[in-house]
Design a protein around this ligand. Structure first.
Ligand SMILES: [Zn+2]
Length: 492
């Protein structure tokens, strides 16, 4: 995959190197009709009297040359190309304008065709100079590239196919790609400097084609980080955070996860939230990474869900075995469904461009992105997922039944237990004031009596034959909760 991506990128670089060079030709007129009004600055080397005796007399001449043709053409700085930066002027002079040692001797007195014209012959002022033309084309091309890239970077967010924060990653990766193209182009231009033609006022169609190519190049730059995100993230992480041991998981794992969650009504609700504006399911990508303090982590900047290797090794497999075996990936999707639901629920939360509460009490909560309330909502959702699982089959495999039981007993105690302030994971999390979360919690509290009566009954059925005493306790809890909440009338 990496090889494929590299090959695609390389061919793109080669193509763009050629075309970008065509877009930014070096402005060297074949037959300049006038001495440029502002001659290129002379380098110290050019003014060396020992080599070019006539140079010092020219060096001090003001911008508008009042005198006719200088005595020694070799001493005139090459007027064809007006350098754009001091750096370029130095580089340009040393590379281009250095006259051949015998040039002065070969001069026969006649004005060569390519020699500068007399000042009186200057072109009409309305005609743009080649250097201006080249610069305008360069700016237009760069603008087109930037516009194409911006469109490609913003499109997934506008189409609700990726979290808004992912633009941080795509923009950085696209900028790195553009930087690489620029460097290669600069090297290619330098190598081909002597053979590049003059800047021409291109026909309108050629200009449009150039702009179109710029747009296309920008789109390719912006979309490549998305198309190859698994490889780019894996390779980038290996360079930047090698200790995390980030490995991309085969996309079939994502499909397995979707298949497992689709069997559950809460799972389907979650997956529907991960659809883009065209209804196409856009789950995040899955990775294995050392998280140290957590089993899973949903990271919106990379639109990825990261699972700790412990999730795999606790099943007696190595990470390598897991990555290489489709059956093991399928098994993990089924067995770690609650964890996967929880992390995908965070991915769903991150699809909101603005997090609940961020704009409330403005601007005090503007930076509240990871919040305790975000965790509360995800922890409620994953218990509702378990609840639906038990409704479908009271004997279904449940990873964390004690948490489900606590959730039924006391919603607030359960939520507190899930977001432990002292843990390293939640050190970054702050509480936020938000109408949205107040409503989420209020709705859940209102639902709890009926939900817990049903939940206790499901647990009673689950343990009816394996642990009759436990089953009786759950049944008793169900009866009591029904009475307390007025869901059942006392027999009188
Ligand atoms: Zn969480």
């Amino acid at each position: 995959m990496i090889r494929k991506a590299a090959a695609a990128l390389l061919s793109l670089l080669l193509v763009s190197g050629e075309v970008a060079r065509a877009a930014t030709p070096i402005a060297r007129p074949e037959a300049p009709r006038s001495i440029p009004s502002a001659p290129a600055p002379l380098s110290a080397r050019m003014a060396e009297p020992a080599v070019f005796p006539a140079a010092p007399s020219i060096a001090g001449v003001p911008a508008a040359l009042p005198t006719p043709i200088p005595a020694t053409p070799a001493a005139i700085p090459n007027p064809g190309r007006v350098p754009e930066t001091p750096l370029e002027s130095l580089a340009g002079l040393s590379a281009d304008a250095k006259p051949e040692p015998g040039a002065r001797l070969r001069f026969d007195g006649a004005r060569p065709e390519s020699a500068p014209a007399l000042p009186g012959e200057s072109a009409p002022p309305s005609t743009p100079r080649p250097s201006q033309l080249a610069r305008t084309e360069k700016v237009r091309f760069k603008t087109a590239v930037a516009a194409g890239a911006a469109a490609a970077i913003a499109a997934p967010v506008v189409l609700q196919a990726a979290p808004a924060l992912m633009m941080v990653y795509t923009a950085a990766a696209a900028a790195a790609g553009a930087g690489a193209l620029w460097a290669i182009n600069a090297v290619a231009r330098r190598a081909a400097r002597r053979t590049t033609g003059p800047a021409k006022n291109r026909p309108r169609r050629a200009k449009a084609a150039m702009t179109g190519f710029g747009l296309l190049l920008g789109v390719v730059l912006g979309i490549t980080p998305l198309l190859f995100s698994r490889d780019i993230i894996e390779t980038g992480a290996r360079l930047v955070v090698p200790s995390r041991e980030v490995r991309a998981v085969d996309p079939d794992f994502g499909r397995e996860v979707v298949a497992v969650l689709s069997k559950n009504s809460e799972g389907r609700k979650l997956l529907d939230g991960l659809r883009d504006r065209f209804g196409v399911l856009r789950p995040p990508k899955f990775f294995i990474a050392r998280l140290n303090n957590a089993d899973g982590f949903s990271f919106p900047v990379l639109n990825g869900v990261f699972l700790d290797p412990a999730v795999i090794t606790s099943r007696g497999w190595t990470v390598k075995e897991f990555l290489a075996t489709p059956e093991k990936r399928g098994q993990l999707a089924r067995e770690a469904d609650e964890l996967l639901f929880h992390e995908l629920f965070h991915a769903l939360q991150f699809r909101k461009v603005i997090q609940p509460g961020q704009l409330e009490r403005f601007p005090r909560q503007l930076h509240r992105y990871l919040t305790v309330e975000l965790e509360y909502e995800a922890n409620i959702a994953d218990r509702l997922y378990v609840h639906e699982k038990l409704r479908a089959d009271p004997l279904a495999a449940v990873y964390d039944l004690s948490n489900y039981s606590l959730f039924l007993d006391d919603l607030d105690a359960y939520l507190e237990s899930r977001v432990d302030d002292s843990s390293a994971t939640y050190a970054l999390f702050a509480h936020t004031e938000s109408r949205y979360y107040r409503q989420v919690l209020a709705d859940q509290r209102a639902r709890m009596p009926a939900l817990s009566v049903e939940g206790y009954s499901l647990l009673a059925r689950r343990f009816r034959s394996s642990d009759p005493e436990l089953a009786r306790q759950y049944l008793e809890k169900a009866r009591r909760r029904a009475l307390e909440s007025g869901l059942a009338k006392t027999r009188s």
